[in-house]
Design a binder for this molecule. Structure first.
Ligand code: ATP
Ligand code: MG
Length: 701
């Protein structure tokens, strides 16, 4: 769904074809001898592409047996993306999993030896257990408290902080604890007791037990290290101490490890993740090959400029780690910043925009709507259903677990058996469609939105897959499906993706809508420390850098159509939004879009301007200026006199960039002058008349 590269390198003997589609730096990373290797690079520069090619190259040249390699990442979607890309490169049999999925698989195998008996079930309603623990300590169990305390519990576990050390460590890390530290520590202990008594383990236990098992049991360590000899970690900036401990346990004394990441995309520090492992990799492994990539192959220069501008505002520890991206793609449309009266109006307008894109030929699978919290999803599901645009909430990662898909596989297996008895089918897609009709498939799609359509889309994805090999026998198709199911390689399901910004990590779409960008939603209201707010900024950066071509950022002034329009756009958009052109401010009934707030563009070539200096000039650095040097000098002389009069440095009167802009644009009215950045009402009052007079004289001369 989110992949666009479809390489056929598998045909190239020895993996030489793998190298052809990489740039020089990427190739260097692929060819670097066995690890340690570290790729430090910004969004869209081809990190995932480089590691998947590195894996493919190692396997196709015979240097690395596929079964000995373990590739890990952080979300199921990203792991699915990696598997898909490897498959496109003609490589099967590599395990690409999340840390949790890898640990679960290993633990299932080692549990009888480590603990005995069956692996307990993984708790899926953690909040219920946390609420029980809270109530045993006579604490409130409202949603916010449960959410915040669960966050603390997860943080403590990810950082391997025992309850008795929670208070000290939380203070040392500058965490604002939602309840007194000693209460949280007691709740942590009770939560563990309740969980154990109920016979559950949680996700973090998987990592903890597996790491401790390897550390304490020599035979387990030897077996697992004999099995896996090469390790790759994508999105390494988001590794937490517990995951790092498991990685260290897998590695033992060895160092065949390749990590890639971008500190500017660190979005899980609330959960204990730390970019310090990525940034400090070369210190830890002095022999490491370190590769830096700068070219952004994913997004248009317009999207790249916006991303650079948003991350340029980063403060704090991560500010020094940011990498400036250089866009490689042809120019595209400027990103749009849009304000709406209400959330329903925003959702309806975004759904209509998706519909227009789809009608104009964009595959809905190449469109995404991204939001900060999952609670925002429902409004967009409804709006897309109303606009009759197919969408996907669940994503494709659990495709083979969907009931309709499982049923379809059973039916297809049955058909394959009777087919091979009767000598095979002539037209695979028709045969698949016929078999699936009893699972609910019909040639025409049911109306978009709702469960029926989502089920239909799942079955339609199978039929489309059959269309790729129309002459294949049913038996072969079923074997292909079984293999895909084993590797969780879902076929592309058509539909607009609805997902959180966290869930969008590592993925890309042609068109991206980031919605609900009000202050309080991004940064989210419970982000209070500077570090938490910076993490929210990085989340926006991650969202922006998902777009290949079209990008819209939007927000609504009120939650409901009737509500007070008291919200303001995200502070991360400050300085990007041109002043409002809607002076009326009236709340027109049914008025969806209040105004269009464009990002300023170059008056010569039309490219979007994000750089403050360029915006002042009203043109980009690449376009020729038409500054009147003589006029500029006269303005400078005037500025010198004024600054001396006032006893202030010259730039306090006007900066050079403002003077250049005046000399280039030569406004002839106060309004025109006010359009120039750096000339606010106060300066207009104080100097406006003099500057206009100077300009008038220059015109006469
Ligand atoms: P993120 O930080 O978001 O995870 P990334 O660095 O992993 O991004 P990729 O997803 O690997 O970037 O690549 C971004 C896009 O650019 C992909 O569509 C990829 O196929 C394309 N791409 C990367 N390198 C090249 C290249 N050398 N030539 C052409 N396209 C490329
Ligand atoms: Mg990536």
């Amino acid at each position: 769904m989110t992949r666009m590269q479809t390489s056929t390198v598998s045909a190239a003997p020895g993996g030489s074809g793998v190298l052809a589609s990489l740039d020089e730096q990427q190739r260097a990373a692929v060819l670097a001898a066995r690890g340690p290797v570290c790729i430090l690079a910004g969004a869209g520069t081809g990190k995932t592409r480089t590691i998947t090619h590195r894996i493919a190259h190692g396997i196709l040249t015979g240097a690395v047996p596929a079964g000995q390699l373990l590739a890990v990442t952080f979300t199921q979607r990203a792991a699915g993306e990696m598997r898909g890309r490897l498959r496109d490169l003609g490589v099967d049999g590599v395990q690409a999993r999340t840390f949790h999925a890898a640990a679960l698989r290993q633990l299932r195998y080692f549990w009888p030896r480590l603990v005995g008996g069956e692996l307990p079930a993984v708790v899926d309603r953690k909040a219920t257990l946390v609420a029980q623990a809270l109530s045993r300590h006579r604490q409130r169990t409202d949603r916010a408290t449960v959410r915040d305390v669960t966050g603390e519990l997860e943080w403590a576990k990810a950082c391997m902080v025992a309850p008795e050390r929670y208070g000290a460590e939380a203070a040392r890390s500058g965490r604002e604890t939602p309840l007194p530290a000693e209460v949280i520590a007691a709740v942590c202990t009770t939560y563990e007791e309740i969980k154990q008594a109920a016979g559950f383990i949680d996700f973090d236990d998987l990592l903890l037990i597996m790491a401790a098992g390897i550390e304490a049991h020599r035979d387990v360590a030897e077996e697992i290290r004999a099995r896996y000899r090469h390790f790759v970690v994508d999105e390494y900036q988001d590794v937490n101490p517990l995951q790092q401990r498991l990685l260290d346990a897998w590695l033992g004394e060895r160092d065949d490890l390749c990590v890639v990441g971008d500190a500017s995309q660190t979005i899980y520090t609330f959960n204990g993740a730390s970019p310090a492992y990525l940034v400090g990799f070369a210190r830890r492994y002095p022999a490491a090959t370190v590769v830096r990539l700068e070219r952004d192959y994913r997004s248009t220069p317009q999207v790249v400029d916006l991303a650079n501008t948003v991350i340029a505002g980063a403060r704090g520890v991560m500010a020094g780690a940011r990498l400036r991206l250089v866009g490689q793609r042809p120019a595209g449309p400027p990103p749009v910043l849009e304000e709406y009266d209400s959330e329903p109006a925003e959702a309806a307008a975004v759904a209509q925009a998706c519909r227009r894109l789809a009608e104009a030929g964009t595959d809905p699978g190449q469109i995404a709507v991204l939001f900060r919290t999952n609670a925002q999803s429902a409004a967009y599901e409804q709006a897309l259903a109303d606009a009759e645009v197919p969408y996907l909430v669940r994503g494709s990662e659990r495709f083979f677990d969907r009931p309709e898909v499982r049923r379809a596989l059973v039916l297809l297996r049955g058909a394959a058996r009777s087919d091979s008895d009767s000598g095979g089918v002539a037209d695979l897609p028709a045969a698949v469609a016929a078999v699936l009709s009893s699972a609910g498939f019909s040639p025409g799609a049911p109306p978009a939105g709702g469960a029926a359509r989502e089920q239909w889309e799942g079955l339609a994805a199978l039929v489309r897959l059959a269309e790729e090999t129309p002459a294949a026998p049913m038996e072969e198709f079923v074997a292909e499906l079984a293999q895909r199911a084993q590797h969780q390689h879902a076929p592309p399901v058509r539909g607009v993706t609805l997902t959180s910004l966290h869930g969008a990590k590592g993925l890309e779409w042609d068109a991206v809508f980031i919605v609900g960008l009000t202050d309080g939603m991004l940064p989210i209201s419970f982000a209070s420390t500077d570090e938490q707010i910076e993490e929210e900024r990085r989340l926006l950066y991650v969202g922006i850098t998902r777009a290949r071509e079209q990008l819209q950022l939007s927000w609504a002034l009120s939650r409901t159509a009737e509500g007070r329009r008291g919200r303001r756009p995200s502070r991360f958009l400050d300085g990007l939004i041109a002043p409002s052109t809607d002076a009326s401010g009236g709340r027109g009934a049914g008025a969806g879009r209040r105004e269009r707030r464009g990002v300023p563009t170059c008056r010569v070539c039309g490219v979007t301007l994000f750089d403050a200096k360029q915006r002042k000039l009203g043109r980009c650095g690449g376009c020729p200026g038409d500054v009147d040097e003589d006029l500029f000098e006269r303005l400078r002389e005037w500025r010198l006199v004024r600054s001396r009069d006032k006893g202030v440095p010259a730039y306090v009167v006007f900066t050079d960039a403002t003077l250049t802009a005046i000399a280039e644009r030569r406004p002839d009215t106060a309004d025109g002058l006010a359009q120039i950045g750096g000339i606010g009402p106060h300066k207009l009052d104080e100097y406006g008349a003099e500057v206009l007079e100077l300009l008038r004289q220059a015109t006469i001369r």
